[in-house]
Write a protein that binds this ligand. Structure first.
Ligand SMILES: NC(=O)c1ccc[n+]([C@@H]2O[C@H](COP(=O)([O-])OP(=O)(O)OC[C@H]3O[C@@H](n4cnc5c(N)ncnc54)[C@H](OP(=O)(O)O)[C@@H]3O)[C@@H](O)[C@H]2O)c1
Length: 243
């Protein structure tokens, strides 16, 4: 693989863990971040090349914690790639019944978090003269899903952040894309739609394999693009819109 190191948020389960497994197996140094240490033991049992994975607890909605995270990593290794994967599903509710606090929680957990990690990733990449960023949005970030309005709104915002980062850094060796998965069989999906529904969804491992192909250049995508991965296939690739 043509990268040396990767920072993955939400690495302790679901898609983040599938990515952590794959990058470590490919010999890439992984900084695996999650909010808590709750799933680390279970996660570790699935990882080959355990010595390549550094587990870090950080709440990515907290700016001082994110700043400290990047400082800590920069003392250990240059960073090639950052994957903004941590997210929050919440519960199904129509707009008229959604408490404002729950809306705020989606914006904080699913958008502010991506903004903060992108901000400090860009500062790091500017010092290093290059860098790659993958932001995980959702199919719900490309067309609104009823009863998931707050989640959808935040995930639409994630695509905007990727596009803005690419446009602001067009004259540098910075590359970023958004990946928009459809439903995946993870704890988030089980929490929202139940275990029976989750079992029918594509696996996080499949989506992780597609992301590895993108990073490897086997699935070529242009800077700023959004890649939709749904029902176990790439369903669309949308290019960066012009100014
Ligand atoms: N599952 C789906 O159907 C689906 C579909 C489309 C898009 N997505 C998106 O794909 C991404 C991964 O989803 P998933 O289903 O794999 O999620 P998941 O199974 O719920 O795992 C969430 C991960 O994010 C971490 N996390 C949550 N809040 C955090 C915070 N504030 N700071 C640091 N880490 C935090 C969790 O750590 P702790 O365990 O310590 O809390 C956990 O490692 C998310 O962005 C999600 O929105 C999911």
């Amino acid at each position: 693989m043509n990268i040396e190191s990767v920072l993955i948020t939400g690495a302790s389960r679901g898609l983040g863990l599938a990515l952590t497994e794959r990058f470590a197996a490919a010999g890439v140094r992984v900084f695996a971040v999650s909010r808590t240490q709750r799933h680390w033991k279970q996660a570790l049992a699935r990882i080959q090349n355990k010595e390549l994975v550094t587990w870090l607890a950080c709440d990515v909605t907290d700016e001082s914690a994110v700043k400290a995270l990047f400082q800590k990593i920069s003392r250990q290794a240059p960073l090639s790639l950052v994957i903004n994967n941590a997210g929050y599903g919440g519960r199904l509710e129509t707009i008229d019944k959604t408490p404002a606090e729950e809306f705020d929680r989606h914006i904080t957990q699913n958008l502010r978090s991506v903004f903060l990690v992108t901000k400090y990733a860009l500062r790091t990449f500017k010092k290093e003269g290059r860098g790659q960023l993958i932001n995980i949005s959702s199919m719900a970030g490309t067309r609104a899903v009823p009863k998931l309005a707050a989640y959808s709104a935040a995930k639409f915002g994630v695509i905007a952040l990727t596009q803005a980062a690419v446009k602001e850094n067009a004259d540098s060796k910075f590359w970023a894309v958004t990946v928009c998965p459809g439903g995946m069989n993870t704890e988030m999906r089980r929490g929202l739609f139940g275990a029976e529904d989750a079992a029918k969804q594509q696996s996080p491992e499949f989506v992780a394999d597609k992301i590895i192909e993108i990073v490897d250049g086997k699935l070529p995508v242009d800077n700023g693009a959004a890649i939709m991965i749904r029902y176990g296939k790439i369903s669309a690739i949308t290019p960066l819109p012009g100014m």
